[in-house]
Write a protein that binds this ligand. Structure first.
Ligand SMILES: [Zn+2]
Length: 97
C-alpha cells in the first residue's frame, strides 16, 4: 500500500484536528509505574501514558509517529487546518495569524 502524503488522510486530518486514540494492550511492560498504550485508528501512531502507581500522577507521555507523519519544516497546525477545511468544505479560507 502506498504511503499517504502529508496532505492526504489520515495524516492531514490527524494534524488538523486530533488523533483518534483507541486504547490497546500494553505493548511492553514498563520498569516502573502503570502504562496505558493507545493507537490512532487513522494514522496508526501510538501513544504511551505512564502513571504513578503511588499517587496516580502522569509521569510521562511518549508518542511514536509513523513514517511520513512529521510535518515539513515551517508547516503549522493552522496550515494543516486550512488544507483540511478546504478539502472538507471546498472553500478557500484564509488563515489569519
Ligand atoms: Zn492519527
Amino acid at each position: 500500500m502506498p504511503r499517504p502524503k502529508r496532505n492526504e488522510s489520515p495524516f492531514l486530518e490527524c494534524h488538523a484536528t486530533v488523533h483518534d486514540w483507541d486504547e490497546i494492550s500494553v505493548l511492553k511492560e514498563p520498569s516502573y509505574g502503570a502504562a496505558f498504550d493507545y493507537r490512532c485508528t487513522r494514522c496508526t501512531s501510538t501513544k504511551r501514558i505512564l502513571v504513578s502507581r503511588i499517587d496516580g500522577r502522569v509521569l510521562s507521555r511518549a508518542y511514536n509517529h509513523v513514517d511520513g507523519y512529521k510535518a515539513p519544516t515551517g508547516m503549522t497546525k493552522a496550515d494543516y487546518r486550512k488544507e483540511w477545511l478546504e478539502k472538507k468544505i471546498g472553500r478557500n479560507l484564509k488563515v489569519v495569524s
